[in-house]
Each structure stands twice: as C-alpha cells, then as structure tokens.
Design a protein around this ligand. Structure first.
Ligand SMILES: NC(=O)C1=CN([C@@H]2O[C@H](COP(=O)(O)OP(=O)(O)OC[C@H]3O[C@@H](n4cnc5c(N)ncnc54)[C@H](OP(=O)(O)O)[C@@H]3O)[C@@H](O)[C@H]2O)[C@@H](O)CC1
Ligand SMILES: Nc1ncnc2c1ncn2[C@@H]1O[C@H](COP(=O)(O)OP(=O)(O)O)[C@@H](O)[C@H]1O
Ligand SMILES: [K+]
Length: 471
C-alpha cells in the first residue's frame, strides 16, 4: 500500500472505497473516450488488479462485453483484489489465455505503484504480445512494467493510449521511457489527502510567477545580462544565449567577447551590446560595468584555460550565473574546483554527456542523479532531455515535459541557458528561473514544431512568455 493510501485509510477511508472511487474515475475516462466494444481487463494480484476487477464490474454493468484475465488464479487472490473479485460476480480466464487481437480495448491493471521486480512468465508474455498488437490500451495508474518512481521499464511494458492515475502524476509518468509509454495522462481526484509532499512536481506556471516590469522601470532595472562569448568560429552559441535572455524580458544584454572576435559579434548583433574581455580581472570589471544581474558562461566558450579562469572569476562575484556546456567540460579533470567555487545563485545546465564529465561517479535514475548532483554542487542543477529534471537542495524536484523532439536541434540548449539567465536578471531565484525557463523553452519548441531551429527559438520564447503571462 502506498504512503498516500495508508494515510487515507488511516484517516477513515477504507481501501475498498478508494478502489471503488478509482475504478469509477477510470470508467468515466474510458466511456468518455471509447465506444462500447469487447474489453479485456488484465488483473494483477495487488490493488492495481483490484482496480481492474472493479472496472470490469462497472463496464459489465454498462453493458460492455468484458473478459477478465488474471495472473493469479481467482481462487488464490487475497486482500483487496480477492475481495473485489469476489464481489464482482465475474469469472476470470487465466492471463496466459489472453490474445490482444480478440479485444477492442485492453485495460492494463496488472501492476501499478507496487511493481517491485522485473516482469517474467505469464505477465511478461501478455505484455509482450500487447506491445506488438494494434489494440488501444488504457493503463490503470501506470503502464504495467513502468516503475512509478523512476520511469524505467522493469522487463517489459506496453504503450498505452491513455493512462489514468489518481491524485497526482508520479515521476514514472514524467521521466523517459515511462513518459513515452503512458500516452495521454489523466489525473483524477479520488479524495486522497492533499497535504502530502510529492516526490516531484510536474513543471508548469503554477509553480512560479513570471516577472513583470514596474511602470517606472528602466533598462537596467529590467535586468542586465552579461554573456561570455567565445572564439570567432563558435560565436553563434553565445549569440543564441544573448537573444534568449533578451526575448525572455531582460532589459540590457551584453556579450563579452575576446578581442579577436569583437568584429564578428558586432556585425551580428544589434540590440545586444558587445564589449571586449581579456583576462579574469577584466571579466570582473566588465561584470560590474555592465551592471549585470545575471551571467551566462559556457555556450561556445571554448574548452580553454581562459574559459576556466572566467568561470572562477565570475563565480567569485556571486552574481547569479548559468554555467553550461564548455564551462562545465573544462572542469572534467578537476570537478572539485568547480564544486567549491559554486554558490547558491548558480544554475548548472548540463546535458547527460556534460553531466557525466562533472559528476562522473553519480549514476542511477535521472531524478536521483540530479538530486545527488544538486546536493554536491550546493545549488540548482538542471539535467536536460525530453524529460528535464531540475533539482535544488531542500526543494521538491521538478520535472519538465513541455517540449517536442524537434527541440533536439543544435543550439537549442544555448537559448535555454540565456532564458534562465534572463529570468534571474529579472529577479527570479535560481530554482524558479530554471523551472520557468525550461517550461517556456519547451513551449517555444512546441510552437515552432517541425523544422524549428535554435535561431527561431528566441522569437518563439517571446510568444511563449506572452501566452503564459496573460493566462
Ligand atoms: N493512492 C493511490 O494512488 C491509490 C492506488 N490504488 C491502486 O493501488 C495500486 C497499488 O497497489 P499495490 O500497492 O497493491 O501494488 P500493485 O501495483 O497492485 O502490485 C503489487 C502486487 O504485485 C506483486 N508484484 C510486484 N511486482 C511483481 C512482478 N514483477 N511480478 C509479479 N508480481 C509482482 C506484488 O507481490 P510481492 O512483491 O508482494 O511479492 C503484489 O502482490 C496503485 O497502482 C493503484 O492502481 C487505488 O486502488 C486507490 C488509491
Ligand atoms: N527529445 C526531446 N524532447 C524534448 N526536448 C528535447 C529533446 N531533446 C532535446 N531537447 C531539449 O533541447 C535542448 C537541447 O540542448 P543541448 O543538448 O544542450 O543541445 P545544444 O548543445 O545543441 O544546444 C534541451 O533544452 C533539451 O531539453
Ligand atoms: K497498470
């Protein structure tokens, strides 16, 4: 029984009435989306199976042709599953008799939150054949085989068209590969206690508020961002970050350019200012002179000693900063120096390759990895991907799923880096800026859709920000 179930039961709600509410909510979803058709309900030995039996009873009462397939022989069922099966008046077939092609809809109620080991035997056989079949699947709580805590697949799992879960999404609904297997996610309220802290939040505008400029503001009060640029050959990355910062609302954005690349930056930038930087001391002077409220370092910076010394100089000023790409990679041989220099107003934005360079010993599922990295860094770590995880010490981690595979395009991450800095410059803390930045960046990608490029993203970020701010 889950923590929440146990608390609800302790609070006076019986397990069977929770199951009944859960089943009714599932049947509402099923009947709202599918016309009456032969349904196969696959039931496991625990409460997920109990939900399945109750759903089968309710569908039968609504005149649907229903066949229940049970993993555990019906006479051997115990606990809630045994009780609900008995009360259903239905007789089940053994799971090994299940043939997906005979059904018009499959209800997957084999395992949910209690999955504890990889699937084998009849359960594995049934789900393997279901995964191959074209029949629509509604998963109860989770696609069976998906680990609710991590999104990983234990053995096998069949892709669902719809997953109905209760109370709140679980990490397994938001993290790959669970994210890609659960189809549409419908969250229903079955009266579980609202006060429990979740394992993770699903990123969205209710978690943060976008900054709005004061009426009598000026460009520096709107937030100034300084972006460290790199050599001529790689200047695009820093420009993308700079545009990301500006289009998310920063009032003044400057690129700090090495002397040899000044002309290139100047030729490519209009609203963005360009200033020279030579060494660590000049970097610090420029941070002050540009009135920067947030810094960006890493995109296109180059894997050089200069980058390394600029990172350390920038961190010494304790101005909020996003550390990305090359600024992470230059510490590959000596991550401890970076860890010691970091402060709580820094955001690290690695993709999984960069993550491995700075946190080589941290492994496991994405949620735990990001949490361990944030604890070590003492600040916010945002680990990118289709499922982006944002973790900050002593905050509930956040999983971002806005976005589209079209965002897997060169330079997209550079725009995200700038967007986060742009939000920090406008006053958001590291955690909120990382969450809001990731959400709007994903939304921008969705708006761009097929063929979107990193060049399109700053303009789309502006639209995404406007859409969220006026909601
Ligand atoms: N608050 C809520 O969200 C509510 C939740 N509700 C529902 O309860 C579900 C959770 O129920 P649950 O805790 O009984 O776990 P469940 O997923 O049925 O599996 C446990 C059983 O499977 C077995 N088993 C595990 N792995 C196995 C394997 N690989 N191969 C074979 N067997 C395996 C395990 O055996 P054991 O590990 O003990 O040997 C045990 O017998 C939840 O997902 C939701 O649907 C609603 O009813 C009401 C409100
Ligand atoms: N399949 C995907 N679905 C959604 N977002 C994705 C996907 N792949 C990548 N992204 C997003 O695109 C961006 C890519 O960033 P990154 O890996 O740093 O690339 P680059 O270095 O080329 O900018 C990240 O924000 C990431 O979360
Ligand atoms: K299930």
């Amino acid at each position: 029984m889950s923590r929440l179930d146990a608390r609800a039961v302790a609070g006076g709600t019986s397990q069977t009435s929770l199951i009944e509410r859960a089943a009714r909510s599932c049947v509402r979803v099923i009947r709202g989306r599918y016309t009456r058709r032969p349904a196969a309900v696959l039931c496991g030995p625990g409460n997920n199976g109990a939900d399945g039996w109750a759903i089968a009873r309710l569908l039968r009462a609504a005149d649907w042709p229903v066949t229940v397939y049970t993993l555990t022989p019906q006479k051997d069922l115990t606990g809630a599953a045994g009780q609900v099966a008995k009360g259903s008046g239905l007789t089940a077939e053994p799971l090994r008799a299940f043939r997906p092609e005979a059904a018009g809809l499959v209800i997957d109620a084999l395992f949910g939150a209690g999955l504890s080991r990889p699937l084998v035997g009849d359960a594995r056989g049934a789900l393997d054949s279901l995964a191959e079949a074209a029949v629509p699947v509604v998963a109860i709580d989770l696609p069976s085989g998906v680990d609710g805590a991590t999104g990983s697949v234990l053995g096998t799992a069949a892709r669902a068209e719809v997953t109905v879960t209760f109370h709140a999404p679980k990490p397994g609904h938001l993290l790959s590969p669970g994210l890609g297997l659960r189809g549409e996610l419908v969250v229903t309220d079955i009266g579980l206690p609202q006060d429990a802290e979740p394992d993770a939040h699903w990123n969205g505008p209710c978690l943060w508020t976008l900054p709005v400029p004061e009426r009598d503001t000026h460009k520096y009060a709107r937030g100034a961002v300084l972006v460290f640029g790199g050599p001529r050959i790689a200047g695009g990355a820093a420009r993308l970050s700079a545009h990301g910062a500006a289009r998310i609302g920063a009032g003044a954005v400057t690129v700090a350019s090495p002397e040899e690349a000044l002309d290139i930056y100047a030729a490519h930038l209009d609203a963005i200012m360009v200033k020279p930087v030579t060494d660590a001391a000049s970097a610090k002077r420029l941070i002050e002179a540009s009135k920067a409220k947030a810094l960006v370092i890493g995109p296109g910076a180059g894997r050089t000693d200069a980058t390394r010394s600029h990172v350390l100089a920038a961190l010494e000023t304790r101005v909020p900063i996003v550390v990305d790409a090359d600024a992470l990679t230059v510490f590959e041989d000596d991550p401890d120096t970076l860890m010691q220099a970091l402060h709580e107003k820094a955001v690290l934005t690695p993709h999984i390759g960069e993550f491995g360079r700075v946190f080589p010993d941290i492994q496991g599922d994405k949620l735990s990895m990001t949490a361990a990295a944030a604890a070590r860094a003492g600040t916010t770590v945002l680990l990118k991907g289709a499922d982006t995880v944002i973790s900050t010490p002593s905050r509930v981690p956040v999983i971002n799923t806005s976005g589209t595979p079209w965002l897997a395009t060169a330079g997209a991450g550079d725009v995200l880096t700038g967007a986060i800095a742009g939000l920090m410059a406008q006053g958001l803390g590291a955690h909120d800026a990382a969450c809001a930045g990731a959400y709007l960046h994903g939304l921008a990608g969705q708006r761009g859709g097929r063929g979107v490029t990193a060049d399109d993203l700053p303009g789309l970020l502006r639209e995404a920000g406007r859409a969220v701010a006026t909601r």
